[in-house]
Design a protein around this ligand. Structure first.
Ligand code: ADP
Ligand code: MG
Length: 322
Protein backbone atom coordinates (compact mmCIF):
# COMPACT_ATOMS: atom_id res chain seq x y z
CA UNK A 1 0.00 0.00 0.00
CA UNK A 2 1.46 3.35 -1.03
CA UNK A 3 1.31 6.19 1.51
CA UNK A 4 -1.41 8.74 0.70
CA UNK A 5 -0.34 11.38 -1.76
CA UNK A 6 -0.28 14.87 -0.20
CA UNK A 7 -1.14 18.08 -2.03
CA UNK A 8 2.45 19.18 -2.51
CA UNK A 9 3.71 15.73 -3.48
CA UNK A 10 0.90 15.52 -5.99
CA UNK A 11 1.83 18.88 -7.53
CA UNK A 12 5.51 17.97 -7.57
CA UNK A 13 4.88 14.59 -9.14
CA UNK A 14 2.23 15.35 -11.74
CA UNK A 15 2.12 19.07 -12.43
CA UNK A 16 5.70 20.32 -12.24
CA UNK A 17 7.44 19.69 -15.54
CA UNK A 18 9.99 22.39 -16.28
CA UNK A 19 8.51 25.23 -18.32
CA UNK A 20 11.37 26.53 -20.41
CA UNK A 21 9.36 29.37 -21.91
CA UNK A 22 8.59 30.88 -18.48
CA UNK A 23 10.87 33.15 -16.46
CA UNK A 24 9.40 31.32 -13.46
CA UNK A 25 6.98 28.37 -13.60
CA UNK A 26 5.33 26.10 -11.02
CA UNK A 27 6.60 26.48 -7.47
CA UNK A 28 6.33 30.13 -6.55
CA UNK A 29 3.29 32.26 -5.70
CA UNK A 30 2.84 33.20 -9.35
CA UNK A 31 4.47 32.40 -12.66
CA UNK A 32 6.47 35.07 -14.50
CA UNK A 33 5.87 35.04 -18.24
CA UNK A 34 7.57 37.05 -20.98
CA UNK A 35 5.14 38.40 -23.60
CA UNK A 36 6.59 39.10 -27.06
CA UNK A 37 6.93 42.82 -27.84
CA UNK A 38 4.00 44.25 -29.81
CA UNK A 39 1.73 41.38 -28.79
CA UNK A 40 -1.35 41.29 -26.58
CA UNK A 41 -1.83 38.51 -24.05
CA UNK A 42 -4.95 36.46 -24.92
CA UNK A 43 -6.40 34.85 -21.78
CA UNK A 44 -9.28 32.36 -21.55
CA UNK A 45 -10.58 29.96 -18.94
CA UNK A 46 -13.07 27.12 -19.21
CA UNK A 47 -14.16 24.72 -16.49
CA UNK A 48 -15.21 21.05 -16.75
CA UNK A 49 -17.49 19.84 -13.96
CA UNK A 50 -18.26 16.16 -13.36
CA UNK A 51 -21.86 15.30 -14.16
CA UNK A 52 -22.22 18.51 -16.10
CA UNK A 53 -19.48 18.31 -18.75
CA UNK A 54 -18.22 14.76 -18.37
CA UNK A 55 -19.35 11.36 -17.09
CA UNK A 56 -17.71 10.09 -13.89
CA UNK A 57 -16.31 7.07 -15.74
CA UNK A 58 -14.70 8.98 -18.62
CA UNK A 59 -11.16 7.84 -19.46
CA UNK A 60 -8.83 10.16 -17.51
CA UNK A 61 -6.55 10.67 -20.56
CA UNK A 62 -9.55 11.93 -22.52
CA UNK A 63 -10.54 14.25 -19.67
CA UNK A 64 -7.04 15.73 -19.41
CA UNK A 65 -7.01 16.21 -23.16
CA UNK A 66 -10.44 17.80 -23.29
CA UNK A 67 -9.86 20.16 -20.36
CA UNK A 68 -6.98 21.72 -22.29
CA UNK A 69 -8.52 21.29 -25.77
CA UNK A 70 -11.63 23.35 -25.04
CA UNK A 71 -9.39 26.16 -23.82
CA UNK A 72 -7.00 26.00 -26.77
CA UNK A 73 -10.09 26.19 -28.95
CA UNK A 74 -10.86 29.60 -27.46
CA UNK A 75 -7.36 30.83 -28.28
CA UNK A 76 -7.71 29.39 -31.81
CA UNK A 77 -10.91 31.39 -32.24
CA UNK A 78 -8.96 34.56 -31.37
CA UNK A 79 -6.14 33.76 -33.79
CA UNK A 80 -3.81 33.64 -30.78
CA UNK A 81 -0.73 31.45 -30.44
CA UNK A 82 -1.09 29.34 -27.28
CA UNK A 83 1.86 29.53 -24.86
CA UNK A 84 0.94 28.72 -21.27
CA UNK A 85 -1.69 26.99 -19.19
CA UNK A 86 -2.73 26.97 -15.53
CA UNK A 87 -4.69 24.08 -14.07
CA UNK A 88 -7.04 24.36 -11.10
CA UNK A 89 -7.97 20.89 -9.99
CA UNK A 90 -10.55 19.75 -7.43
CA UNK A 91 -10.51 16.01 -6.71
CA UNK A 92 -12.39 13.90 -4.16
CA UNK A 93 -9.17 11.92 -3.52
CA UNK A 94 -5.60 11.82 -4.80
CA UNK A 95 -5.69 8.64 -6.89
CA UNK A 96 -2.15 8.29 -8.30
CA UNK A 97 -3.03 6.01 -11.22
CA UNK A 98 -5.92 8.24 -12.27
CA UNK A 99 -3.82 11.42 -12.00
CA UNK A 100 -1.00 9.87 -13.99
CA UNK A 101 -3.40 9.18 -16.85
CA UNK A 102 -5.16 12.54 -16.56
CA UNK A 103 -1.89 14.42 -16.84
CA UNK A 104 -0.65 12.17 -19.69
CA UNK A 105 -3.65 13.32 -21.75
CA UNK A 106 -3.11 16.93 -20.74
CA UNK A 107 0.63 17.01 -21.42
CA UNK A 108 0.36 15.16 -24.75
CA UNK A 109 -1.92 17.85 -26.15
CA UNK A 110 0.13 20.62 -24.54
CA UNK A 111 3.29 19.31 -26.22
CA UNK A 112 1.59 19.26 -29.62
CA UNK A 113 1.10 23.02 -29.45
CA UNK A 114 4.18 24.00 -27.45
CA UNK A 115 2.07 24.92 -24.40
CA UNK A 116 3.69 24.77 -20.95
CA UNK A 117 1.92 24.31 -17.61
CA UNK A 118 3.10 27.16 -15.37
CA UNK A 119 0.76 27.06 -12.40
CA UNK A 120 -2.57 26.14 -10.93
CA UNK A 121 -4.29 25.15 -7.75
CA UNK A 122 -5.09 21.80 -6.19
CA UNK A 123 -7.84 21.15 -3.67
CA UNK A 124 -10.10 18.40 -2.37
CA UNK A 125 -13.68 18.62 -3.59
CA UNK A 126 -16.18 17.35 -6.16
CA UNK A 127 -14.22 16.56 -9.33
CA UNK A 128 -13.73 19.72 -11.35
CA UNK A 129 -11.00 20.89 -13.75
CA UNK A 130 -10.54 24.53 -14.58
CA UNK A 131 -7.85 25.35 -17.12
CA UNK A 132 -6.68 28.86 -17.91
CA UNK A 133 -4.76 29.35 -21.13
CA UNK A 134 -2.58 32.26 -22.12
CA UNK A 135 -1.57 33.02 -25.68
CA UNK A 136 -0.22 35.82 -27.79
CA UNK A 137 -1.52 37.73 -30.79
CA UNK A 138 -0.64 41.02 -32.42
CA UNK A 139 -3.52 43.09 -30.99
CA UNK A 140 -4.82 44.42 -34.33
CA UNK A 141 -4.82 40.93 -35.87
CA UNK A 142 -6.83 39.10 -33.21
CA UNK A 143 -10.04 37.55 -34.58
CA UNK A 144 -12.88 39.18 -32.68
CA UNK A 145 -16.60 38.47 -32.57
CA UNK A 146 -17.51 42.03 -33.42
CA UNK A 147 -15.73 42.27 -36.77
CA UNK A 148 -18.11 40.58 -39.27
CA UNK A 149 -19.14 42.80 -42.17
CA UNK A 150 -22.07 42.77 -44.56
CA UNK A 151 -21.13 40.75 -47.67
CA UNK A 152 -18.67 38.48 -45.82
CA UNK A 153 -18.86 34.75 -46.50
CA UNK A 154 -19.58 32.54 -43.49
CA UNK A 155 -17.28 29.52 -43.17
CA UNK A 156 -17.04 26.57 -40.85
CA UNK A 157 -14.25 24.03 -40.34
CA UNK A 158 -14.57 20.26 -40.10
CA UNK A 159 -17.95 18.59 -39.59
CA UNK A 160 -20.68 19.47 -37.12
CA UNK A 161 -22.97 17.54 -34.81
CA UNK A 162 -20.75 14.58 -33.92
CA UNK A 163 -20.36 15.43 -30.25
CA UNK A 164 -24.09 16.07 -29.77
CA UNK A 165 -24.87 12.80 -31.52
CA UNK A 166 -22.48 10.92 -29.23
CA UNK A 167 -24.13 12.45 -26.18
CA UNK A 168 -27.58 11.39 -27.40
CA UNK A 169 -26.26 7.91 -28.05
CA UNK A 170 -24.75 7.72 -24.56
CA UNK A 171 -28.07 8.86 -23.06
CA UNK A 172 -29.95 6.20 -25.07
CA UNK A 173 -31.85 8.74 -27.17
CA UNK A 174 -30.51 7.45 -30.50
CA UNK A 175 -29.05 4.11 -31.53
CA UNK A 176 -25.91 4.08 -33.64
CA UNK A 177 -24.00 1.09 -34.94
CA UNK A 178 -20.70 0.43 -33.19
CA UNK A 179 -18.52 2.11 -35.82
CA UNK A 180 -20.61 5.29 -35.98
CA UNK A 181 -20.84 5.40 -32.18
CA UNK A 182 -17.05 5.16 -31.85
CA UNK A 183 -16.50 7.98 -34.36
CA UNK A 184 -19.05 10.26 -32.73
CA UNK A 185 -17.65 9.47 -29.28
CA UNK A 186 -14.17 10.47 -30.39
CA UNK A 187 -15.63 13.83 -31.41
CA UNK A 188 -17.14 14.26 -27.94
CA UNK A 189 -14.17 13.05 -25.89
CA UNK A 190 -11.16 14.03 -28.00
CA UNK A 191 -11.98 17.41 -29.57
CA UNK A 192 -9.21 18.80 -31.76
CA UNK A 193 -8.63 22.53 -31.22
CA UNK A 194 -8.14 24.27 -34.58
CA UNK A 195 -5.07 26.21 -33.48
CA UNK A 196 -3.23 26.21 -36.83
CA UNK A 197 -6.40 27.34 -38.59
CA UNK A 198 -6.90 30.24 -36.18
CA UNK A 199 -3.33 31.40 -36.71
CA UNK A 200 -3.60 31.13 -40.49
CA UNK A 201 -6.86 33.12 -40.49
CA UNK A 202 -5.12 36.24 -39.16
CA UNK A 203 -5.36 38.71 -42.00
CA UNK A 204 -7.85 36.52 -43.94
CA UNK A 205 -10.90 36.39 -41.66
CA UNK A 206 -12.81 39.29 -40.16
CA UNK A 207 -14.60 37.60 -37.24
CA UNK A 208 -14.29 34.15 -35.67
CA UNK A 209 -15.73 32.06 -32.85
CA UNK A 210 -15.34 28.45 -31.78
CA UNK A 211 -18.43 26.27 -31.77
CA UNK A 212 -18.92 25.10 -28.23
CA UNK A 213 -22.67 25.72 -27.89
CA UNK A 214 -23.91 24.92 -31.41
CA UNK A 215 -23.48 26.78 -34.70
CA UNK A 216 -26.74 28.74 -34.41
CA UNK A 217 -25.96 30.10 -30.95
CA UNK A 218 -22.27 30.76 -31.57
CA UNK A 219 -22.70 32.38 -34.99
CA UNK A 220 -25.51 34.29 -33.27
CA UNK A 221 -22.90 35.84 -30.95
CA UNK A 222 -20.92 37.09 -33.96
CA UNK A 223 -24.08 38.50 -35.53
CA UNK A 224 -25.15 40.28 -32.36
CA UNK A 225 -21.73 41.70 -31.57
CA UNK A 226 -21.19 42.80 -35.18
CA UNK A 227 -24.70 44.26 -35.64
CA UNK A 228 -25.45 42.13 -38.74
CA UNK A 229 -27.46 39.02 -39.76
CA UNK A 230 -26.76 35.93 -41.87
CA UNK A 231 -28.37 33.50 -44.27
CA UNK A 232 -26.99 29.95 -44.41
CA UNK A 233 -27.75 27.08 -46.79
CA UNK A 234 -28.53 23.86 -44.93
CA UNK A 235 -27.15 21.75 -47.81
CA UNK A 236 -23.74 23.39 -47.43
CA UNK A 237 -23.38 22.77 -43.71
CA UNK A 238 -20.88 19.91 -43.25
CA UNK A 239 -22.41 17.16 -41.11
CA UNK A 240 -20.69 14.46 -39.13
CA UNK A 241 -21.06 11.45 -41.50
CA UNK A 242 -23.16 9.45 -39.02
CA UNK A 243 -25.72 12.28 -38.99
CA UNK A 244 -26.20 12.35 -42.74
CA UNK A 245 -28.31 9.18 -42.67
CA UNK A 246 -30.52 10.21 -39.73
CA UNK A 247 -33.87 11.99 -39.82
CA UNK A 248 -33.45 15.65 -40.57
CA UNK A 249 -34.92 17.23 -37.39
CA UNK A 250 -32.32 15.30 -35.38
CA UNK A 251 -29.51 16.27 -37.79
CA UNK A 252 -30.64 19.90 -37.55
CA UNK A 253 -30.66 19.80 -33.76
CA UNK A 254 -27.24 18.16 -33.51
CA UNK A 255 -25.54 20.31 -36.14
CA UNK A 256 -27.09 23.68 -35.29
CA UNK A 257 -27.89 23.44 -31.59
CA UNK A 258 -25.60 20.65 -30.36
CA UNK A 259 -22.58 21.62 -28.33
CA UNK A 260 -18.96 20.57 -27.98
CA UNK A 261 -17.88 20.49 -31.65
CA UNK A 262 -14.94 22.93 -31.20
CA UNK A 263 -14.78 23.74 -34.87
CA UNK A 264 -14.24 27.36 -35.93
CA UNK A 265 -16.93 29.48 -37.56
CA UNK A 266 -15.53 32.58 -39.24
CA UNK A 267 -16.47 35.30 -41.68
CA UNK A 268 -14.23 36.56 -44.47
CA UNK A 269 -14.51 38.80 -47.51
CA UNK A 270 -15.32 37.02 -50.80
CA UNK A 271 -11.95 38.17 -52.15
CA UNK A 272 -10.30 35.62 -49.84
CA UNK A 273 -12.19 32.54 -51.09
CA UNK A 274 -9.25 31.11 -53.00
CA UNK A 275 -6.80 31.73 -50.19
CA UNK A 276 -9.15 29.98 -47.76
CA UNK A 277 -9.59 27.01 -50.11
CA UNK A 278 -5.79 26.77 -50.37
CA UNK A 279 -5.56 26.90 -46.58
CA UNK A 280 -7.98 23.95 -46.29
CA UNK A 281 -5.71 21.93 -48.58
CA UNK A 282 -2.57 22.94 -46.70
CA UNK A 283 -4.05 22.05 -43.31
CA UNK A 284 -5.86 18.92 -44.53
CA UNK A 285 -8.97 20.33 -42.83
CA UNK A 286 -12.23 20.83 -44.75
CA UNK A 287 -13.44 24.44 -44.75
CA UNK A 288 -17.00 24.88 -45.98
CA UNK A 289 -18.53 28.15 -47.18
CA UNK A 290 -22.03 27.90 -45.72
CA UNK A 291 -23.61 31.32 -46.21
CA UNK A 292 -23.36 35.06 -46.20
CA UNK A 293 -23.41 37.98 -43.76
CA UNK A 294 -26.25 40.42 -44.47
CA UNK A 295 -27.50 43.69 -43.08
CA UNK A 296 -30.87 42.26 -41.93
CA UNK A 297 -30.44 41.07 -38.32
CA UNK A 298 -31.05 37.45 -37.27
CA UNK A 299 -30.07 34.05 -38.60
CA UNK A 300 -31.85 32.30 -41.46
CA UNK A 301 -31.14 28.75 -42.69
CA UNK A 302 -32.58 27.85 -46.10
CA UNK A 303 -33.37 24.37 -47.45
CA UNK A 304 -32.53 23.28 -51.01
CA UNK A 305 -35.72 24.94 -52.31
CA UNK A 306 -34.80 28.25 -50.67
CA UNK A 307 -37.41 27.96 -47.89
CA UNK A 308 -36.48 29.05 -44.38
CA UNK A 309 -36.12 26.08 -42.00
CA UNK A 310 -37.56 26.26 -38.51
CA UNK A 311 -34.47 26.51 -36.30
CA UNK A 312 -34.11 24.30 -33.23
CA UNK A 313 -34.16 25.94 -29.82
CA UNK A 314 -31.00 27.83 -29.02
CA UNK A 315 -27.75 26.18 -28.04
CA UNK A 316 -26.71 25.11 -24.61
CA UNK A 317 -27.30 27.51 -21.73
CA UNK A 318 -26.41 26.23 -18.26
CA UNK A 319 -29.01 28.29 -16.47
CA UNK A 320 -31.82 28.23 -19.03
CA UNK A 321 -31.93 24.42 -18.86
CA UNK A 322 -32.29 24.00 -15.10
P1 ADP B 1 -0.37 29.28 -3.18
O1 ADP B 1 -0.82 28.75 -1.86
O2 ADP B 1 0.66 30.35 -3.13
O3 ADP B 1 -1.52 29.57 -4.10
P2 ADP B 1 -0.07 26.56 -3.90
O4 ADP B 1 0.49 25.88 -2.73
O5 ADP B 1 -1.52 26.45 -4.20
O6 ADP B 1 0.42 28.07 -3.86
O7 ADP B 1 0.71 26.04 -5.20
C1 ADP B 1 2.11 25.92 -5.19
C2 ADP B 1 2.63 26.03 -6.62
O8 ADP B 1 2.12 24.94 -7.36
C3 ADP B 1 2.18 27.28 -7.35
O9 ADP B 1 3.22 27.68 -8.20
C4 ADP B 1 0.99 26.81 -8.16
O10 ADP B 1 0.83 27.59 -9.33
C5 ADP B 1 1.39 25.39 -8.46
N1 ADP B 1 0.23 24.47 -8.63
C6 ADP B 1 -0.68 24.12 -7.72
N2 ADP B 1 -1.56 23.23 -8.23
C7 ADP B 1 -1.20 23.04 -9.51
C8 ADP B 1 -1.71 22.26 -10.58
N3 ADP B 1 -2.80 21.48 -10.44
N4 ADP B 1 -1.09 22.33 -11.78
C9 ADP B 1 0.00 23.12 -11.93
N5 ADP B 1 0.54 23.87 -10.98
C10 ADP B 1 -0.05 23.84 -9.77
MG1 MG C 1 -2.95 28.14 -4.32
Amino acid sequence: MNPPLGEFALIARYCSRTARSALLGVGDDAALLPVAPGHALAAACDMLVEGRHFFADVAPEALGHKALAVNLSDLAAMGARPRWALLALALPQADAAWLERLMAGFYALAARFGVELVGGDTTRGPRNLCVTVLGEAPAEQALRRDAARQGDDVWVSGALGGAALALRHALGEVRLDAAAAALARARLEWPQPRVELGLALRGLAHAAIDISDGLAADLGHILERSGVGATLEWARIPLEPALAGLDSPLALRCALAGGDDYELCFTAPAAHREAIAALATRLGLPLARIGRIEAAPGLRVLDAAGRALALPARGFDHFAQA
